[in-house]
Every structure is written in structure tokens, then in C-alpha cells.
Design a protein around this ligand. Structure first.
Ligand code: ADP
Ligand code: MG
Length: 399
């Protein structure tokens, strides 16, 4: 694994100013923060730096203000929630650089915490303008990035600053990078990947990359229908991207070439209408789906066969539910396989890494998110990592 400087490489920080990029793009309703997961993720890093004596200045973006100030997107709105989670007073600074920021830092004592204003109020953020980054860096001594979820963007606060100041991975960034390394960087083999979700089109790059990396590629969800169609299966009125059949065939050819086994379901759950527990629900062999039926989950036999595949594997990386899990009973395969993966992880025979908005929701439905080795909530950055793309915010941290 490429090495990163972490907080372990930092000694006493008394009198120093640490800029810490965190994810404070928090879900809000009526001016209140509705979920503090992201603050809790950043808490260990913030407290550790404060304990080392640094003045800790949080940097983050919020929403899409497009380079202009916006009263509805000020980070002042999250200060209360941050104070509650961190358990310390937090000063809000309505600027990100310049004299006002310098004066605010002058007021902070060693170990105090401040939040700088929404980085996206300034066009230099998304443009990764070196002058903008220099102006921010001028008030600080070190830079810590604890926002993996923003690492796929080459912005001033995610990439530019890391080039200007001594840069370190925060604890949450470190945990994410270590987990991802275990999954695809230097995994224990055999490695299985589960890729599900609605459409092949959104995950072509993921699939193309994974066939080169893994021993077993398990395809489920709506996207499996496109692969089945590519094999000549009539998928009825299932969600299917018929225009991507050639791409699906190319992925299967590449898998063959790379020695990766592609697993498609051979039985499926079908219904004539997409509703909870529909009267027309039945289990079908993939070759017997009627013209007026749609595939909404993989079937019990396929689920069992996939559980057997996981039992032979040492590493699993999972993105995308296997069925339309929001609607019962089309969560069954996803829930069942998630429980198998969780049990194997608990036994110590499997390293399991999962990510993706709906995937995390599905693991929560199954009640096993805590039993996976690591669950990434990073969304876009997780997917780009699964595509094998270098993440600018991570690259800039490499020592
Ligand atoms: P993630 O957010 O974890 O990356 P996706 O957004 O790619 O996952 O996919 C999740 C969506 O895929 C869910 O809304 C689910 O209902 C849908 N889906 C899964 N299987 C099917 C299917 N067979 N038919 C239609 N939609 C499906
Ligand atoms: Mg999704």
C-alpha cells in the first residue's frame, strides 16, 4: 500500500494551526441537522488534533452555491450540531482566508476548534485555483484530509491545499483507505465482487475494472437482466438496457480472458406488476419468464449458489442491491446474501467491504451493516475507486 502520513506522524502541535477538510455536507430539514453520521466520523480526528494542542480549523463544502455566498448554504447552520457531537465549543468564522480569518485564529486558544465558511462560496474552490488555496494555506501550518467522500474532486480544499502544506490523512480517511486496500489493493484471494443496482449504464466502468481484479463477479439487480438478454434470454418486461447488450458481451469476454467467473442468476423472482407482495409473484427459471412479467430479484436457488461462492472466498467487495429491495419481498436475496457475508466475516473467513447509497440502506434493512469489515458511506468517491480511478484528494496525500 502506498504510504500516507497519518496523525501518528504528528507530535506536539501547540501553537500550530491545523486545517482539517471534513465532510459537513449534512442532511438538513427546517434548519436542523437530521443525521450526524458525518460529524461523528470526523470527531476522532478533530479531538486528536485538539489534544495535541493545535488550533483546529474545519474546512468543508455545503450544497452547491456555485461560487457565490448564499445565506441558505452557510456552514453557520451546522455549528450547533458539531458542538453537540464534539462536546466542545466551536467558533464560526464567516470567511475562509484573509484578515478576518487571521484575526479569528488569533482569538482561538490552543486546542480550540473553528469552522470556516462553506468553501464553495468561492469560485476558486471548484476551479482548484492555486491563489485561492495559497490564501487559505497562508493562515495555517498543516493540512489534514478526513473527507474521503470528497476525494474524487480535485478542488482547492481537497487537493490544492495538500500540495501547499504538510499533508496528513485523518483517522476516518485512514480507515477508509486501509479498508479499500484490503478489498482491491492487496486483497487476500479468492476475491468476489457483487455488483447490483438498476442499470448497467451507471456501472460500466466498475464492471470493466472489476473483471480484471476479481475471481468472481456476481451480477444482480436490474443490470443482470441486460447480461441475461446478452445471452439470449427473454427477460419479458424487466428493466433492461437492450442497447447495451454488446457492452455486456464485451465485459463477459474480458472476464473470460482475465480468468474471472461471471455469475448470473438462473432463477429469479418475477411479477406482472411492481408492487409489494403482488398476487402475480412467482419464482421462475430465467428461461421461463413470460412476456408480461418482470424480474425484480434473483431467486432462492441462485442466492444459495452465491452463498456457496462466498464461502470459498476470502474477500468481498459489494456495490448495488441484488433486487428492488425497497419493495417486499424483493429484498430477500440481498438480505440473505448480506447475512451470509456478515456471518462469514464474524467467523473470520471473509473480509467484506461494501459501499453505495442504496447498498448501505439495504445492509441496514438486513441489520448487518455493523458486521461487515467496512461499510463506506462515500457514494461518488467509492464508485470512482471501484472504477479503478485515481482519486485526486488521495493522490495528493501520498507521501
Ligand atoms: P447504490 O446506490 O448502492 O450504488 P444503485 O443506485 O446502483 O445502488 O441501485 C439501486 C437501485 O436498483 C434500487 O433502487 C433498486 O430498487 C434497483 N434495482 C435493483 N434490482 C432491480 C430490478 N431487478 N429491477 C428494477 N430495479 C432494480
Ligand atoms: Mg443509488
Amino acid at each position: 500500500m502506498t504510504t500516507f502520513r497519518t496523525l501518528d506522524d504528528l507530535g506536539d502541535l501547540t501553537g500550530k494551526v491545523a486545517l482539517v477538510r471534513v465532510d459537513l455536507n449534512l442532511p438538513m430539514r427546517d434548519g436542523d441537522v437530521t443525521d450526524t453520521t458525518r460529524i461523528r466520523a470526523a470527531k476522532p480526528t478533530i479531538l486528536e488534533l485538539a489534544e495535541k494542542g493545535a488550533k483546529v480549523l474545519l474546512l468543508a463544502h455545503f450544497g452547491r452555491p456555485k461560487g457565490e455566498r448564499s445565506s441558505t448554504m452557510s456552514l453557520s447552520m451546522v455549528v450547533g450540531a458539531v458542538e453537540t457531537v464534539i462536546g466542545k465549543e466551536v467558533m464560526f468564522v464567516p470567511e475562509i482566508a484573509g484578515d478576518v480569518t487571521r484575526q479569528a485564529i488569533g482569538i482561538l486558544r490552543d486546542g480550540d476548534i473553528g469552522i470556516l465558511e462553506n468553501s464553495r462560496f468561492w469560485p476558486g474552490e471548484e476551479a482548484n485555483d492555486p491563489d485561492f488555496a495559497k490564501a487559505i494555506a497562508a493562515n495555517a501550518d498543516i493540512y489534514v484530509n478526513d473527507a474521503f467522500s470528497a476525494a474524487h474532486r480535485a478542488h482547492a480544499t481537497t487537493e490544492g491545499l495538500a500540495r501547499l502544506l504538510p499533508a496528513y490523512a485523518g483517522r476516518s480517511m485512514q480507515a477508509e483507505l486501509e479498508a479499500l486496500d484490503k478489498a482491491l489493493g492487496a486483497p487476500e484471494k479468492p476475491v468476489a465482487a457483487i455488483v447490483g443496482g438498476a442499470k448497467v449504464s451507471s456501472k460500466l466502468d466498475v464492471l470493466n475494472h472489476l473483471v480484471e481484479q476479481v475471481d468472481h463477479l456476481i451480477i444482480g439487480g436490474g443490470m443482470a437482466n441486460t447480461f441475461l438478454a446478452a445471452k439470449g434470454v427473454d427477460v419479458g418486461k424487466s428493466l433492461c438496457e437492450h442497447d447495451l447488450v454488446d457492452k455486456a458481451n464485451a465485459i463477459m469476454d474480458a472476464a473470460d480472458h482475465a480468468g474471472c467467473t461471471v455469475h448470473l442468476p438462473y432463477d429469479v423472482m418475477v411479477a406482472k406488476e411492481f408492487a409489494a407482495n403482488p398476487a402475480s409473484l412467482r419464482t421462475s427459471n430465467v428461461h421461463e419468464v413470460a412476456a408480461d412479467e418482470m424480474i425484480l430479484d434473483i431467486g432462492p436457488q441462485a442466492t444459495e449458489a452465491l452463498a456457496d461462492v462466498l464461502k470459498t472466498c476470502k474477500t468481498l467487495v459489494w456495490n448495488g442491491p441484488l433486487g428492488a429491495f425497497e419493495t417486499e419481498p424483493f429484498d430477500q436475496a440481498t438480505v440473505s446474501l448480506a447475512r451470509t457475508a456478515a456471518a462469514l466475516t464474524k467467523e473470520g473467513s471473509l473480509v467484506s467491504i461494501a459501499g453505495g447509497g442504496d447498498t448501505v440502506a439495504a445492509l441496514n434493512v438486513a441489520g448487518v451493516a455493523d458486521d461487515f469489515t467496512y461499510v463506506s458511506t462515500a457514494g461518488g468517491a467509492f464508485l470512482e475507486w471501484m472504477e479503478g480511478k485515481p482519486l485526486p484528494g488521495v493522490e495528493a496525500l501520498k507521501a
